[in-house]
Design a protein around this ligand. Sequence first.
Ligand code: ASP
Length: 298
Amino acid sequence: MLIVSYYNFGIKAVEKAREILLHDGDILDAVEKGINVIEEDETIRSVGIGGLPNFEGEVELDAAIMDGRSLKCGAVAAVKRVKYPISLARKVMEETPHVFIVGDNALKLAKFFRMEEIDLPLKESYEEYLKKKKEVDIKGYDKESFRHLAEDVIGHDTIGVIAFKEGFAAGVSSSGLGLKIPGRVGDSPIIGAGLYASNEEGAAICTGVGEIAIRLVAAKTSLDLLKLGYSVQESAREVIRRVNEIRRRENIKYSLGIVVVDKDLNIGAAANYKFKYVYWNSNDSVEILFEDADFLPP
Ligand code: ASP
């Protein structure tokens, strides 16, 4: 069994996911419940209910989940008020004929499934939003503000989890970039960009500026590279090398971190900023381990 995530807060997600696998739970439960722990944490400004709002002060959440055993997947984007977006993404996958539901209609679907709702933003995230809005000088629909947003990427980070037990599953959930343009959707809910899981290849999860992960179809690209003979480490590095190339060419602050797992459960991770991944492998140790990803300076 293997569970992988990233960032400090990923430790809590791995702990929860491990508990589920050790109690004979399914990999989809491990991914979903692991991510729920972070989604409900009011102190995290980049995921779930604690997330920073868009520039109009509204929190819009993105999430996706994928089952590598069947290639089934589900995603929601720019959804408001839903306490556990990853659970809604799972409902889309398991209870509807579709893959991706967005905006107000995703909320409608959540109501249909009687999922928990919450008034957002929370007081503390709203206060932080007001502060940042001033600091970075975001006026709203205004070209100068759009430029500031590109130059000063505010309060991002995603929770991503990969679980393996006789098959792969992966999930990600994020409130996206702080103070984003309303309706902006990042890579997290885009299958192939923010995540991918397939028993034939392995699984990958991303975090960073979603725009570049979408442009590079980062998660799926990393798995395609494995098929071309790259090791997990080479594959993660190659994705980040491509990010850096575009970043230099276009002079946009694109940051990206990626974690790739192959069929033999090797883990590769790289980023163009200081980035740590976290994992638990039932064969290696009882401990949850925290490692530095390869750093490729931008
Ligand atoms: N990838 C997320 C987004 O662009 C944010 C992050 O992971 O840092 O919405």
